[in-house]
Design a binder for this molecule. Structure first.
Ligand SMILES: NC(=O)c1ccc[n+]([C@@H]2O[C@H](COP(=O)([O-])OP(=O)(O)OC[C@H]3O[C@@H](n4cnc5c(N)ncnc54)[C@H](OP(=O)(O)O)[C@@H]3O)[C@@H](O)[C@H]2O)c1
Length: 232
């Protein structure tokens, strides 16, 4: 049984991770911004009782991150997986219409958030079994791949997240923590839209298959949901 903390578990890929982890018997600390409004998560919670613990967390709020760390440590003194999944994508960005607040918001959620969440939970993760840090990135953060012209702040934030993950690798490896960047594919969620070619169920099943097989030698890898290595 793995002990997993995941952010952005209210909907989309995060919620599907919770569902599939519960089905296989793992214990999930499900990070959501508003547990009272997390209807789908509460339904899962009713079915799985003590196996899922909703945890309030806004990754842009340092106090909220600290409170989440305290809430999790009431239940466990170790985590095996930490999945920084919460993210935002602001559409339709155009040169000439850039806005500082919009860029800052994207970086706060997609880069600073994972950095601060990792920092807050690293001792619990360091105490886990074969501990794994997963940062949910995107192929749009790959410098080598063609990126969308209208996702400037998102693509830049995911490239920054990739670099953050690489730099963290050097500090986390001596603690026995394996660190990877994971691109989930193009997934049917609020972010991915209805035309995406993967369901959340397919994407998460693929990612779990990949994550389960990782070894310390994989640390620092940029992988997609089917295990393919992506170019930087
Ligand atoms: N879908 C795709 O095709 C795709 C492709 C590549 C990468 N990704 C990445 O995969 C991850 C999940 O994406 P998704 O498709 O599931 O997106 P989604 O359906 O839009 O869900 C995003 C989740 O992030 C949470 N979130 C947003 N801001 C937050 C904050 N400040 N603090 C805590 N949680 C916050 C949201 O919470 P609320 O429900 O409270 O708003 C929601 O649960 C993201 O990192 C995304 O960049 C997705």
């Amino acid at each position: 049984m793995k002990r997993v903390f995941i952010t952005g578990a209210n909907r989309g890929i995060g919620l599907e991770f919770v569902r599939q982890l519960l089905e296989r018997g793992d214990q999930v600390f499900a990070g959501v911004r508003n547990p009272d409004a997390a209807t789908s998560l509460r339904r899962l919670s009713a079915q799985h009782h003590d196996q899922v613990i909703p945890v309030r967390i806004d990754v842009t709020d340092t106090g909220s991150i600290k409170a989440a760390r305290s809430a999790v440590s009431i239940h466990t003194n170790a985590l095996d997986w930490l999945i920084n999944n919460a993210g935002i994508l602001q559409r339709g960005e155009r040169l000439g219409e850039f806005d500082a607040a919009m860029f800052n918001r994207t970086f706060q959620v997609n880069v600073t958030g994972p950095a601060l969440v990792t920092q807050a939970f690293v001792d619990l993760l360091g105490a886990g079994e074969q501990p794994l840090l997963v940062n949910m990135t995107s192929q749009l953060g790959s410098l080598a791949r063609k990126s969308s012209a209208s996702t400037h702040s998102y693509s830049a934030s995911k490239a920054a997240l990739n670099m953050l993950t690489r730099t963290l690798t050097y500090e986390l490896k001596p603690m026995g923590i394996t660190t990877v960047m994971m691109h989930p594919g193009w997934v049917q969620t609020d972010m991915g839209g209805d035309n995406a070619n993967l369901t959340a169920s397919e994407a998460v099943a693929g990612m779990l298959n990949v994550l389960d097989r990782l070894t310390p030698a994989d640390t620092g890898s940029f992988l997609q949901y089917d295990g393919q290595r992506l170019p930087w």
